[in-house]
Design a protein around this ligand. Structure first.
Ligand code: COD
Length: 160
């Protein structure tokens, strides 16, 4: 089975990576789809995010990394995915995730959304928290893959 894992991944955290690893074990194939989103101004460019994810998942078989613009269901169809994979960290994620899942099903009933609960030790991680810690010079090596830790250092040093 092929799962589509869509997100902003600005940047990829170890929580995201854990979900990709477990998705691969469960479904065999995971397409990680990075939203281009011209409306937002991400810290990392699309190319940087694609490179970070490609490097961080190089030990895994069955992972494809791609980008998309527009609707997630169109991306899922284009990549012949059978389901959409999302993660839940806390109740606060639930309402947002449920709304996205219902919206996607209303657009295309072919796609089920499967939620994996976060690994407990990564439950506090989000891309925003990681950027906040890195901005103030905190240690992020236990929060993100090595390639992202390097990019965060470079990004915030050059922003000083
Ligand atoms: N542990 C487990 N899961 C985690 C962790 C963690 N530590 N951190 C994040 N996650 C999960 C999130 O809950 C989410 O499910 C996923 O990983 C990706 O997270 P983000 O933050 O990178 O991605 P989002 O939430 O910004 O992605 C939003 C989408 C791109 C999916 C959404 O905007 C979208 O579908 N856009 C396309 C337009 C569209 O189709 N709209 C209709 C649906 S609303």
């Amino acid at each position: 089975m092929r799962a589509l894992y869509p997100g902003s991944f600005d940047p990829l955290t170890l929580g995201h990576l854990d979900l990709i690893e477990r998705g691969c074990s469960l479904f065999g194939e995971v397409v990680v789809a990075v939203l281009q989103n011209p409306g937002k101004s991400p810290a990392f460019s699309l190319d940087q995010r694609l490179e970070q994810i490609t490097q961080a998942t190089s030990h895994l078989q069955g992972v494809t990394v791609t980008s998309f613009n527009g609707l997630t269901v169109n991306c899922a169809r284009e990549h012949h995915a059978q389901l959409i994979l999302r993660g839940l960290r806390a109740m606060s994620d639930f309402e947002y995730e449920l709304q996205i899942a219902h919206t996607n099903r209303s657009l295309d009933s072919e796609f089920e959304t499967i939620f994996l609960s976060t690994a407990a030790h990564y439950s506090f991680l989000s891309s925003s928290v990681v950027k906040e810690v890195a901005r103030f010079g905190g240690r992020v090596e236990h929060m993100v893959p090595a390639v992202v830790a390097e990019d965060l250092k470079r990004f915030f040093n050059s922003a000083l």
